[in-house]
Design a protein around this ligand. Sequence first.
Ligand SMILES: CC(C)(COP(=O)(O)OP(=O)(O)OC[C@H]1O[C@@H](n2cnc3c(N)ncnc32)[C@H](O)[C@@H]1OP(=O)(O)O)[C@@H](O)C(=O)NCCC(=O)NCCS
Length: 173
Amino acid sequence: MTKSPTKLFDNVAVIPAGPEQQLILANLLELYAHDFSEFRDIEKGPDGKFGYDRLPLYWSDADRHPFLLRMNGRLAGLILVKRGSEVSGDSTVWDMAEFFVLRGYRKRGIGTQMAHQVWKQFPSRWEIRVMESNLLAFRFWVNAISKFTGETIRPTRREKDTECWRLFSFESK
Ligand SMILES: CC(C)(COP(=O)(O)OP(=O)(O)OC[C@H]1O[C@@H](n2cnc3c(N)ncnc32)[C@H](O)[C@@H]1OP(=O)(O)O)[C@@H](O)C(=O)NCCC(=O)NCCS
């Protein structure tokens, strides 16, 4: 498992984020949560921020891995990877905890390349979960996973804490 930046296209890289970049990730996670608030009821704090309590764990827990995406040196997205499923209960799988491409960089194949890169970097069983209400992301994952595995992976439907999820499960070899 490499910790060095991984180049996707000539000018796009997935870069492991250090603790000094926690604020950058926190800021991007605000934009991410705002996107989600369109179809999910997320409560904001009194300071007007959504917040992300678990973020510091990404530098204290060996099974969590934070990444920033940069294009021509500019921030283009984030990925948070962790071990352990949120939906199936399997503690050994890799879970794509958060995955976000900034709006200005979408629909160029960057998300697909980012996902493929991370799956290659963490070979093992993966679970990708997407809220049933997030139709765009559902289409994105169907596409990205089938390109990666070379087959169509059918998701299962799971309910957890009043939320309905589509869960994709596959092996990164
Ligand atoms: C979902 C997301 C990561 C996609 O990133 P992206 O860089 O735009 O994705 P890509 O350009 O690689 O798109 C690949 C495929 O996804 C689908 N897709 C992506 N954006 C789409 C859109 N706006 N409408 C319809 N389909 C779309 C298409 O099938 C596309 O394939 P194609 O280019 O061959 O037609 C991005 O929209 C995002 O960050 N959304 C908000 C956060 C989120 O929902 N994250 C996932 C949480 S489960």
